[in-house]
Ligand binder design. Sequence first.
Ligand code: C2E
Ligand code: CA
Ligand code: CA
Ligand code: CA
Length: 277
Amino acid sequence: AKSLGRGSFSYYSNDLSKRAAERLDMEVRLRRAMQQGLLEVHYQPQVEITTGQIIGAEALVRWHDEERGYIPPDQFIPLAEQSELIVKLGDWVLEQVCRQGKAWLDQGYPELQLAVNLSPGQMRSNDLVTRIAEIVNRTGYPARLLELELTEGALMHDPEVATQRLTELRELGICLALDDFGTGYSSLAYLKRFPLSVLKIDKSFVRGLPVDSDDCAISRTVVAMGHSLGMSVLAEGVETEQQLKYLQGLGCDIYQGFLCSPALPEQSFIELLRAGE
Ligand code: C2E
Ligand code: CA
Ligand code: CA
Ligand code: CA
C-alpha cells in the first residue's frame, strides 16, 4: 500500500508539472504571437430587433497559430488572465478596435457601437481608466461609440473599486454592458449602482427559447428588469428565427448570434454591412 501511495503521489506531481510546463509553453507562444501579429480581431454584428439594422458589433479576438491552427479565445484568455499578459492583450484589442472604428468612420460608414470585452484582470489594474482614455484619445475614436463588456465576476470581485472605475469610464462617455448576465453572482443591489447601459442575456438562457419554460421565464424577467433600470437589453447566441420572434415579443432591444452572422474578419464584416444597406 505504501509503495502504491508513493507511486500515485509521483504520478500526480508529474501530471502537475506537465500541466505547468504546457501552460508556460502556451504563454510563451501567446507572447510571441502578439509580437508577430498573429492575433486578429473579428467582429460580430449586433442587430436592433425592431429595425433589423446592424447598429454595432462585438470585437472577439482570434489567434492563428502555425502549428496548432486556429486557437479559440476560451483556450488562451483564461491563461492570459493568470498573468500580466491580459493587460497587454486587452490594450492591444482595444487599440485595434478604436483604430478600425475610426477608419470606418473616416471611410464614411455609418456610426457603429463597437463593444470590447474587459476581463477581471484588466479591471484590477490601477491605471485602467488612464490607459483607456489614452487609447481613445490617440486613435480619435469617439468614446460614446465605444462599449466595454464586463462580466459579473469582474464587477463583484471588488464592487467598490468597480463602481469607481465604471463611473470614471462613464464620465469619459464610454458605454458599459453587463456580459453573460445571470451566470455569475451579481447582487441586484449593486446592479442598480453600476452605471450600466446594456444588459446582455447569456446565451445559455437563449438556447432553450421558446420551448423551455424556465428559459422563457428568465429571459422575460431579465428584459423587464433591464428596462425598469433604464438599460437596453441584448440577447446573445440567437441562432433561430423562433428565438428571435420570442425575444421580439418580450421587447428585447438588440440581438447577436449566428442567425445574423458569426464574428467576421474586418473585411467580411464591412461587406455584410454594405449588403444590408
Ligand atoms: P463572450 O464575451 O460571451 O462572447 C460571445 C461568444 O459567443 C463568442 O465566442 C461568440 O463567437 C459566441 N457566439 C456568438 N454567437 C453565437 C451563437 O449564435 N451561438 C453560439 N453557440 N455561440 C455564439 P468566442 O469568440 O469563442 O469567445 C469566447 C469568449 O472569449 C468570449 O465570450 C469572451 O469571454 C472571451 N473573449 C473573446 N475575445 C476577447 C477579448 O478580446 N478580450 C477578452 N478579455 N475576452 C475575450
Ligand atoms: Ca451596443
Ligand atoms: Ca462579451
Ligand atoms: Ca457573453
